[in-house]
Ligand binder design. Structure first.
Ligand SMILES: O=P(O)(O)OC[C@H]1O[C@](O)(COP(=O)(O)O)[C@@H](O)[C@@H]1O
Ligand SMILES: [Mg+2]
Ligand SMILES: [Mg+2]
Length: 329
């Protein structure tokens, strides 16, 4: 089986990018170790702090963030980092080449019940002559990502990575190596599986409500087939399922916070996951346009997300287009 480094070298990956990915994996392996120890190491439960989004931080949110920050900021190629758990970006080497944006622990409400969580990351080139402690340098749209991925900490720890040449999966072995276990991932175009938090049904836009209502009608409704539903409450696990066997995952805008475009964050959830999904032949939208074409104004900006099997996501978009044209008529 191929080591991550061998695979990247065979695919002519830029040497410095390879070096950065290897460094990121040093941090993710340490996070995996902390998660495995869990209650034994006293790292479960919450802290007394809230992050910039007003969410209570879990101990492991803070620990994972510190691990990533320490490892990355000690690397000469890293000009700066931005994180879900940091209100402002943190500058690294002013001559560094890369910016790394991350969600240190996604799905952290799952930690205390021992269900899957993950680390999501997005890598950008650092524009020259900028102050890397200011968010301006980081506010690049998703198309500018030179690599993106996640490490899912589930029954196995799995790195899912794209450097813009498809999507590949690497499983962490007992020897501490990431080994290639799935090459050139392609998401099936059609699906019978959807993922949405149904408890928010009454808060959605009419287009989203009627799309989901039609899925629930199954073979008796306009979609003429029965659908199954899943909800892990960790985007990283939902995207992994979609990449593995297809499906649609959506966390749409809802009227609980009408002024926010959605719940999930554009720069460290939406963009990296959208790059993986598009690189695997799927589609990732905010129900109206591709997520990676949204120009960010804020490092912690939110976005509505619908991603997965191409034809299913296109169908969902068609419901929104119809609704929009009725509104305008
Ligand atoms: O609890 P809800 O509303 O279903 O939200 C679940 C969503 O929230 C998230 O957990 C947010 O991520 P964080 O844990 O990094 O804040 C997503 O991974 C997931 O899709
Ligand atoms: Mg998250
Ligand atoms: Mg998080």
């Amino acid at each position: 089986m191929q080591l991550l480094s061998q695979f990247l070298r065979r695919h002519d990956t830029d040497e410095q990018l390879m070096d950065l990915i290897a460094t990121l994996m040093v941090a993710c392996k340490e996070i995996a170790l902390q998660l495995r120890e869990g209650a034994l190491a006293g790292v479960l439960g919450t802290t007394d702090n809230t992050n910039v989004q007003g969410e209570t931080q879990k101990k492991l949110d803070v620990i994972s963030n510190e691990i990533l920050k320490t490892v990355l900021l000690n690397h000469s190629l890293v000009a700066g980092v931005a994180s879900e758990e940091e209100s402002e970006p943190v500058a690294g080497n002013p001559d560094g080449r890369f910016l790394v944006i991350f969600d240190p622990l996604d799905g952290s409400s799952n930690i205390d019940i021992n269900v899957s969580v993950g680390t999501i990351f997005s890598i950008l080139e650092a524009p020259e002559g900028e102050d890397y402690s200011q968010e301006h340098a980081y506010l690049q749209n998703g198309r500018k990502q030179i690599a993106a991925g996640y490490v899912l900490y589930g029954p196995s720890a799995i790195l899912v990575l794209s450097t813009g040449k498809g999507v590949n999966m690497f499983t962490l072995s007992h020897t501490g190596d990431f080994l290639l276990t799935r090459e050139n991932v392609i998401i099936p175009e059609e699906t019978r599986e959807f993922a949405i938090n149904m408890s928010n049904h009454r808060f959605w836009e009419p287009a989203m409500r009627s799309y989901i209502d039609d899925l629930l009608l199954g073979a008796d409704g306009p979609r003429e087939k029965n659908y199954n539903m899943r909800w892990v409450a960790a985007m990283v696990a939902e995207v992994h399922r979609v990449l593995t066997r297809g499906g649609i995952f959506t966390y749409p805008w809802d009227s609980r916070s009408p002024r926010k475009p959605g719940k999930l964050r554009l720069m460290y959830e939406g963009n990296p996951m959208s790059m993986l999904v598009e690189q695997a032949g799927g589609l990732a939208t905010n129900c109206y346009k591709n997520v990676m074409d949204v120009q960010p104004d804020d490092i912690h900006e939110r976005v509505s997300i619908a991603l997965g099997s191409l034809k299913e996501v296109e169908t969902l978009m068609a419901y929104h287009e119809r609704e929009e044209s009725t509104r305008e008529a």
